[in-house]
Design a protein around this ligand. Structure first.
Ligand SMILES: Cc1cc2nc3c(=O)[nH]c(=O)nc-3n(C[C@H](O)[C@H](O)[C@H](O)COP(=O)(O)OP(=O)(O)OC[C@H]3O[C@@H](n4cnc5c(N)ncnc54)[C@H](O)[C@@H]3O)c2cc1C
Length: 286
């Protein structure tokens, strides 16, 4: 199929882009087009106006800022994947990128477009949750920031209003001694996750000081679950505790079945990957 007719606007600046969004409530932003164009082709999305932001090179950067890294929304996946700054300040994000899409898709797709697309099986939203990322949104009315915990709202739904452009994502640097883990099962490497589990872990001696664990592919959005993190905080950092967190995950999640995996398989994956990802994170708590 072909997309429904639309008006095309090529934004030359961020102000241009937000003005175009303000003019038409049915407008959509075109970033890498790796998700949007497919949805337009099957007419699942029919924007009146397509606002192309590919000329906004000002939003293509990775820099150190305020105790963390700032990634411009138009930074291509492949740039994030190979960035030494990302590897140094957010090794979890660098690791997740080994699972995200294929090179051809990563060459075009953008980090910001991926987060705004908010696919429930996408890896980056889960990474954003455990690293405490913040989204910077801009509209014609001004700028605001939204914590990752408040950003993902449902299938393809975020807290960004229709007139807002994601301009930057801020991720705090990994604190010294914090471990991290990422594990995923997907139909093929580079496909969306059937289930992915992501965590950060900090120890106080042999005890878990803080743990953040997030899941992709098991709900309508990437999610953390309070019972999983409660099963870890203040407990001995050992196999028994990690197994208890896995059991808590099995109970807490409410996955659906689809042609990739049924509910029972997703519960098994969540339990097993939780246990393993925490053990991997502990080994990195140095
Ligand atoms: C074969 C294949 C495999 C893939 N595998 C994976 C995978 O394993 N994991 C994964 O996470 N993704 C995967 N993807 C999706 C890929 O990561 C896309 O690049 C990403 O989801 C969308 O980014 P984009 O820049 O292409 O955005 P687009 O497709 O251009 O836009 C996506 C949505 O975000 C909105 N948007 C874009 N930029 C902004 C912005 N700055 N501010 C506000 N809204 C914005 C658009 O309006 C649109 O609604 C895959 C895609 C393909 C084709």
């Amino acid at each position: 199929m072909k997309p429904a007719p639309f008006r095309y606007v090529r934004a030359r600046s961020v102000d241009d882009a937000v003005a175009a969004l303000a003019r038409d409530p049915e407008a959509k932003l075109l970033a890498g087009g790796q998700s949007l164009i497919a949805m337009m082709n099957v007419r699942a999305v029919k924007p009146e106006t397509l606002v192309d932001i590919n000329a906004l090179s000002a939003l293509d950067y990775i820099k150190v800022k305020d105790g963390g890294i700032a990634i411009g929304a138009m930074t291509r996946h492949e740039t994030v994947k190979s960035s030494p700054l990302v590897a140094e300040h957010c090794p979890l994000l660098a690791e997740a990128y080994h699972w995200i899409a294929h090179r051809a898709v990563r060459n075009r797709g953008t980090y910001g477009g991926n987060l705004c697309h908010a696919d429930p099986a996408s890896e980056n939203p889960a990474v954003a949750l455990v690293t405490g990322a913040t989204m910077v949104l801009k509209s014609a009315k001004g700028e605001r920031t939204v914590a990752a915990d408040d950003f993902f709202k449902g299938v393809y739904q975020t807290a960004a209003r229709h007139d807002e452009l994601l301009i930057e994502v801020r991720i705090p640097s990994r604190p010294k001694g914090q471990g991290w883990g990422f594990m995923e099962v997907s139909p093929r490497k580079g496909d969306f996750a059937m289930t992915a589990v992501v965590c950060t872990l900090e120890l106080a001696g042999a005890t878990v000081k803080t743990a953040r664990v997030a899941y992709a592919g098991i709900a309508d959005r990437a999610m953390r679950f309070a019972p999983v993190e409660a099963a870890l905080t203040g407990k001995p950092a050992n196999e028994a505790t990690f197994a208890a967190a896995g059991a808590a995950a099995r109970k807490a999640i409410n996955p659906s079945s689809d042609f990739h995996a049924d509910e029972a398989m997703r519960r098994d994956l969540a339990e097993t990957l939780t246990r393993r990802v925490l053990a991997a994170a502990k080994a990195r708590c140095t």
